[in-house]
Design a protein around this ligand. Sequence first.
Ligand SMILES: NC(=O)c1ccc[n+]([C@@H]2O[C@H](COP(=O)([O-])OP(=O)(O)OC[C@H]3O[C@@H](n4cnc5c(N)ncnc54)[C@H](O)[C@@H]3O)[C@@H](O)[C@H]2O)c1
Length: 348
Amino acid sequence: MSAPSRNAYVPFVSVDNMMKLVLHIGIERMMADLAAEIEADFRRWPLFDKTPRVASHSDIGVIELMPTSDGETYGFKYVNGHPSNMKKGLQTVTAFGLLADVATGYPLMLSEMTILTALRTAATSAMVAKWLAPRGATTMAMIGNGAQAEFQALAFKEICAIREIRLYDIDPAATAKCARNLTGRGLNVVSCTTPEEALLGAQIITTCTADKQNATILTDNMVGSGVHINAVGGDCPGKTELHRDILLRSGIFVEYPPQTRIEGEIQQLAPDHPVTELWQVISGTATGRQDARQITLFDSVGFAIEDFSALRYVHGRLQASGLYLDLDMIADPDDPRDLFGMILRAAA
Ligand SMILES: NC(=O)c1ccc[n+]([C@@H]2O[C@H](COP(=O)([O-])OP(=O)(O)OC[C@H]3O[C@@H](n4cnc5c(N)ncnc54)[C@H](O)[C@@H]3O)[C@@H](O)[C@H]2O)c1
């Protein structure tokens, strides 16, 4: 049996290699790099293909496909969200993704994206906070201390100069895990036993909980003027974290309105409630924070362009790092029309 052609092979970044890449680059450095990549792509937002992600819902979770293209490169991510998974010893969110060459349609790279999603979500949150958070913010409350939490904390340390993280989770074991993982990483970590305690002195509030319902992680009276809210966990129809009254008091910033109106906190509001698109703030055509008293809210749901930026970043480091495996993934017969004959020759 002859060996597959060179075109048959697609570089595959396994979980093992992704972990090695993160450790090689450094986790904070990699999130700062990703934030820069994502910000650069937000500046060229109009040229991307954009569509709300394609979601398949069940009673207990969702499986989604997130495609986009900049005309030269195409990317998609497969991602799930199953809040009840944790009790079965499984992750709430898992993902993998692919980049392809628009000119030929041939894949350029297949990659794990469970780790990469945590990195890109935190990088996006911190990049957005850099634009919207009150000046001189040094303290962040972190409500929800699950898989994403440490990534969020370290991205805000690296990109927004946050020095104190105040942790709260309904499960104290999650807070203990998060505090342990953040030890010795340059943050003052305070473990709290109520959400109110976590909010003390916080200029930035990150909510990153998982519950398949309209939860109320923050009530209106918990949120003072001038704070920035980074709302990460409300990202599905019927799955929100903030009381509606908070939204009515906030300047609301979103990734892609057609997707966020379905999935974000703003699903609780009228379909024409005013929101600001982040790419416009970043490219200078819309105002970010208006004054020191405004509550700014990043209604984060995660958009395909952030995954595209992250995949392209990893792809750009493949040759230098060598951290990939070649997968025999594309059937590529010598005579493109002889796919059938290729199978027959394999029997010889
Ligand atoms: N916006 C985005 O781009 C994006 C990306 C990735 C994940 N997410 C979402 O972020 C959320 C967190 O993801 P994860 O992987 O860390 O999940 P996870 O299940 O690992 O952690 C969630 C944590 O929230 C805690 N929690 C649940 N209800 C709470 C409450 N009322 N108060 C305080 N804590 C509570 C749980 O105990 C758990 O520790 C999920 O909802 C996920 O869908 C969003």
